[in-house]
Design a protein around this ligand. Structure first.
Ligand code: GRF
Length: 206
């Protein structure tokens, strides 16, 4: 598996994927780190691990096709066969979503289909969970389609919501789970254990 990881922020999920690839728990090579944000922490992490970076901000292209073709060219250059979105704040062009159909996943810091969709990112997700009174939250790895957070679910793990939680304490608890399930989900794809039938995803036993 030749993986490109897209991230806009700190990159702790990126790091968990790189660490799993380095330890051999995930038989993948992270070939490229893509970010829209030139000051994202993830870029330092990638540089430390000697992973090539591509900084591409869609809003700096006068023509959206220019952005799509620049991105595509890099994915081809690095022979990317799988994409993991890890806190990436921009929409992936439909053409690329279609090209990587069933080979592009995202992680979301809640139990989808609840608390997802446009505007549901970062702290806002955890704030909404707390306001709802839900007694559990969690993390979801899902396939990416052309909408936000609507693709078929691959893996989920829940965490309790505690009465004293703040958005930050809940985020920290969820993030620990993210770091565990994202590399695991990618390993399942690498081992050909993810069977996708429309919106139905089955994990095959070994
Ligand atoms: C994670 O909570 C991820 O689920 C969300 O953005 C956050 C990114 O964190 N989509 P990091 O950059 O991986 O540390």
């Amino acid at each position: 598996m030749r993986l490109a990881v897209f991230a806009s922020g700190e990159g702790s999920n990126f790091q968990s994927i790189v660490d799993a690839a380095e330890s051999g728990a995930l038989k993948a090579r992270v070939v490229l780190c893509v970010s829209n944000n030139p000051s994202a922490g993830v870029l330092d992490r990638a540089t430390k691990s000697k992973i090539p970076v591509l900084v591409l901000n869609p809003s700096e292209f006068s023509d959206p096709d220019g952005y799509t073709s620049s991105l595509r060219a890099k994915l081809i250059e690095f022979e990317t066969d799988f994409i993991a979105l890890a806190g990436y704040m921009k929409m992936i062009p439909a053409e690329i979503v279609n090209e990587y159909s069933d080979h592009i996943v995202n992680i979301h810091p809640a139990l989808l289909p609840a608390f997802g969709g446009p505007g549901m990112y970062g702290r806002r997700v955890h704030q909404a969970v707390l306001e709802s009174g839900a007694d559990e939250s969690g993390a979801t790895v899902h396939l990416v389609d052309e909408e936000y957070d609507t693709g078929p679910i691959v893996l989920q793990e829940s965490v309790p919501v505690r009465p004293e939680d703040t958005p930050d304490s809940l985020a920290a608890r969820v993030l620990k789970v993210e770091h565990r399930i994202y590399p695991r989900a990618l390993a399942l794809f690498e081992e050909n254990r993810v069977k996708i039938d429309g919106r139905n995803v089955t994990i095959l036993e070994t």
